[in-house]
Design a binder for this molecule. Structure first.
Ligand code: FAD
Length: 397
């Protein structure tokens, strides 16, 4: 890794993208396919991403981060995802955890956690989903009971990205299981596996199975089990007051959705690139297949989808950066871009004929990675409902 760490001002955006692009070309491209097929955690790339500063990409400069705008960040995510989507997952959910501390934490919590997150010394994730509750987050059962200055946490989370390789999670729990509505009894903790000061492991935080998946390989998705896991409130209960956790979880979703939209743009663009190149080299009936109208129709639709997905994503990111309410825009971007990733991956596979089914071509990976984009950060069923609700709310009669 020879690239210098990133630094940032708006005018530097292109320089940052060039640096990331060079890193992807030199360090990711030659190894991504092999690591993905063998489902190996890309430790060397993680170390390089730490050196580049990506674990502090959206964290404010006053805490040591790069303080990137959502727009620049989305472009970086799309660029990396074009080569290997899993990599962006390693820092995306980490940055969502950091965002919760930055936005809702006490001053002491910001001072304590954010510098450790910026360097990637502690890398983490967002632990919301449980075996019985994903979309319906108010149905979670993990609970934290107050005992003096501490909380004792019991419960199980599942599907947690970075759950094994990461060192901490932003953990959504119930502190008042009887509250009505239930969301008022939910709280968020920063839950490390070991005490950062002493290095002593927390016995109550156990990692369960590494879950086997269709795609999104390399990155670990895990069950996490909490058994009498004790955390002091001052350092770990985000904001210092219980009852705010649900709002913190959904408050981070706009950026999370822009993020998934950007990953989807990467997949949709890569599928288009692969198909465009292959269709010029593969000949049938005496000419390259790009000269057959049936293939041209596919390429035309794929190019339009990829571009529209990119523009919707940048539109949502711009609104986010301007501090505007953007749940509708982020929902549209996430919904359209992820469906575009699915369709472009499938069409690229068709254009490759039998070779699209071979592990030797990138399109089979895109085909396996794309469906997750329709699930993460709120399923696409929910996105359409959110869009419709906002549409009505913004246009009252
Ligand atoms: C690879 C991977 C990585 C993940 N990483 C993380 C992570 O890091 N952290 C984390 O917390 N979670 C993570 N998840 C979990 C993910 O967020 C959930 O799977 C997702 O929220 C959906 O929840 P569910 O699987 O319980 O589906 P369910 O909520 O059971 O939904 C099942 C179906 O019903 C639909 N549905 C549900 N409610 C409604 C409704 N009201 N109206 C219409 N349709 C509805 C859904 O859209 C879906 O089609 C990950 C999942 C995967 C597969």
């Amino acid at each position: 890794m020879t690239e210098a760490a990133l630094s940032y001002s708006e005018s530097d955006e292109q320089a940052i993208l060039d640096t990331v692009s060079r890193w992807v070309e030199k360090e990711v491209k030659p190894h991504a396919a092999a690591l993905e097929h063998d489902d190996i955690y890309p430790q060397a790339m993680v170390d390089q991403m730490r050196a580049l500063g990506l674990f502090g990409a959206t964290i404010a400069e006053e805490h040591g981060g790069l303080g990137l705008s959502a727009s620049t960040y989305a472009k970086i995510v799309a660029l990396i995802s074009e080569e290997w989507m899993s990599l962006s997952g390693i820092f995306n959910s980490h940055l969502m955890m950091a965002r919760i501390v930055e936005r809702y934490g006490t001053d002491r919590q910001r001072e304590y956690w954010l510098p450790r997150f910026v360097t990637g010394e502690i890398r983490g994730a967002l632990a919301l989903t449980e075996p019985n509750a994903g979309t319906d987050l108010q149905g979670i059962r993990t609970r934290a009971d107050a005992h003096g200055d501490e909380f004792v946490i019991n419960g199980t989370k599942t599907w947690i990205s970075n759950g094994i390789e990461g060192g901490a999670v932003a953990l959504l729990v119930k502190t008042d299981p009887e509250a009505t509505p239930p969301r008022k009894g939910m709280s968020m903790f920063i839950a490390p596996k070991m005490d950062p000061d002493t290095g002593k492991p927390h016995a109550g935080f156990k990692t369960g199975r590494r879950l086997e998946k269709l795609g999104y390989k390399g990155i670990d998705s895990a069950e996490l089990i909490f058994e009498n896991y004790r955390l002091d409130a001052e350092r770990h209960l985000v904001g210092g007051v219980p009852g705010q956790g649900f709002y913190m979880a959904v408050g981070g979703l706009e950026l999370g959705r822009i993020n998934v939209a950007a990953r989807s743009v990467g997949i949709a663009r890569r599928a288009l690139k692969e198909a465009t190149a292959y269709s010029q080299t593969r000949e049938t009936f005496g000419k390259p297949i790009c000269q057959h109208q049936a293939i041209q129709l596919k390429l035309g639709e794929m190019a339009t989808r990829a571009r529209a997905a990119e523009l919707l994503t940048l539109d949502a990111a711009r609104a986010y950066d301007a501090g505007e309410r953007c749940d509708m825009e982020a929902g549209m971007a996430k919904y359209f871009a992820s469906e575009s990733a699915m369709e472009n991956a499938a069409e690229a596979m068709r254009i490759h004929g039998g070779y699209g089914y071979s592990k030797e071509y990138a399109v089979e990976r895109l085909y396996r990675d794309a469906p997750l984009m329709c699930i993460g950060e709120g399923t696409n069923e929910m996105q359409r409902i959110i869009i419709a609700r906002q549409l009505v709310a913004r246009n009252p009669v």
